[in-house]
Design a binder for this molecule. Structure first.
Ligand SMILES: [Zn+2]
Length: 153
């Protein structure tokens, strides 16, 4: 079994979801051959990425641990229609362990991630105050925005 650690900030597809690029993922790879003779691996990942809460837009640590079995697929995906496990593309017979770990991480993330602070969550920074606004376009009608806020309370 192989063990690897990767910086989260070095995983290009995950990076866009991170509030801060700090932290690392610990991954293990146990290679095996399926009953039908195909090469595959059992991949596990453990990480605490700092994600942006999709309700309040604050960064928060999301502890995740996940594992799954993948099967390596070479070019002809038609051949693999009867695959028993999740397929992972292989280029020139080489498997990128880093991409394997990243894939597993992305699969483990919930579709919409939210922080665990009910007191503040859901209160995204308001543009009505003006000072936090970076986009002037949002500020064209500050008073109507304020009115909307007042209606809600
Ligand atoms: Zn939140």
């Amino acid at each position: 079994m192989l063990e690897r650690d990767y910086e989260l900030g070095e995983l290009p597809r995950l990076r866009d979801l991170l509030a801060e690029p700090q932290g690392a993922v610990h991954a293990t790879f146990a290679f095996s051959t399926s009953a039908s003779g195909r090469a595959g691996a059992e991949v596990t990942v453990r990480a605490v990425p700092l994600l942006v809460c999709q309700r309040c837009m604050q960064g928060f640590g999301f502890a995740l641990q996940s594992g799954s079995e993948v099967e390596f697929a070479t070019g002809e995906s038609a051949e693999s229609a009867d695959a028993e496990r999740e397929l992972f593309g292989v280029v020139d017979g080489l498997v990128s362990l880093r991409e394997l770990a990243e894939e597993e991480l992305l699969l483990a993330l919930p579709r919409a991630f939210m922080c665990d602070t009910p007191l503040t969550c859901g209160r995204a920074p308001s543009y009505a105050s003006g000072e936090q606004s970076r986009d002037a376009g949002e500020m064209r009608q500050p008073f109507s925005a304020l009115q909307d806020l007042l209606k809600k309370t």
